[in-house]
Design a protein around this ligand. Structure first.
Ligand code: PGA
Length: 256
């Protein structure tokens, strides 16, 4: 990663953990956090947001930020079961995932909808973390760059407008939950492609500010080799973020 970009280490808890787990988690992580030199955050399920907020306050773990795993693209309205950006902001979120591949697969979220969610996040003053990445089949058929280009295209305008240093996650679908992370070379190749699209569309300076996170079977054993790659600026961690000890190991690689 480049020195001018502050790393981001994000834990995606998916549909895991209960309130008591969150209490233990924050208690275990909090003492190690004040020294960190990276943006550290977790994405719990919606019902865990209040307990997480409370535990962070209780432990004065101010440098642990959090966000939600999804939001609706409208700010309010008759959308049963959905959650809006203003509601997330009100719940203390700073961040929100948009278009994780599991949302794309389970809920049919397409590129325009993901871009609309990114815009909704920005309206609510949340930092969006949109996710892109190819399937195994797309990679095998040589379509990786065209898939990434398509997924990225509608995100460019909202990313250009976002305040501060935007972030984006590259998560090859075949690496998620498979225990088979992309090699540093494969990941860097995709990140470099994404960076080149960003700089050509947003300008050199803005494109260089975007933190591009890698996600897909990140563990403490592969984190360091991935992070030394020029265009890898942190991680979106699923399974290994569920245990505070293994998440801390990855945070340590990124900036303790
Ligand atoms: P994983 O998940 O680390 O368990 O592969 C990553 C993700 O889906 O964000």
């Amino acid at each position: 990663m480049a020195d001018n970009r502050r790393p981001v280490v994000a834990g995606n808890w998916k549909m895991h953990l209960l309130s008591a787990d969150v209490e233990r988690y924050v208690g275990a992580l909090a003492p190690a956090l004040p020294r960190n030199n990276a943006d550290v955050l977790v994405f719990p399920s919606f019902p865990l947001l209040p307990v997480l907020r409370r535990e962070i306050e209780l432990h004065s773990a101010d440098s642990l930020h959090f966000g939600a795993q999804d939001l609706h693209h409208m700010d309010s309205g008759p959308h049963t079961g959905d959650v809006s950006g203003p509601q997330l902001k009100d719940a203390g979120c700073r961040w929100v995932l948009c278009g994780h591949s599991e949302r794309r697969a389970d809920h049919g979220e397409d590129d325009p909808l993901v871009a609309a969610k990114v815009r909704a996040a920005l309206r609510a003053q949340l930092q969006p973390l949109p996710c892109i990445g190819e399937t195994a089949q797309q990679r095998d058929s040589g379509a990786t760059t065209s898939v990434l280009e398509h997924q990225l295209e509608p995100l460019l305008e909202p990313l250009a407008e976002s305040a501060g240093a935007p972030a984006l996650a590259y998560e090859p679908v075949w690496a998620i939950g498979s225990g088979r992370a992309a090699t540093p070379e494969i990941a860097q190749e995709a990140h470099a492609f994404i960076r080149s699209r960003l700089t050509s569309r947003l300008g050199r300076e803005r494109g260089a500010q975007v933190r591009i996170l890698y996600g897909g079977s990140v563990k403490k054993d592969n984190a360091a080799a991935l992070l030394v790659q020029k265009d890898i600026d942190g991680f979106l961690v699923g399974g290994a973020s569920l245990d505070p000890g293994s998440f801390l190991d990855i945070i340590t690689v990124c900036g303790l």
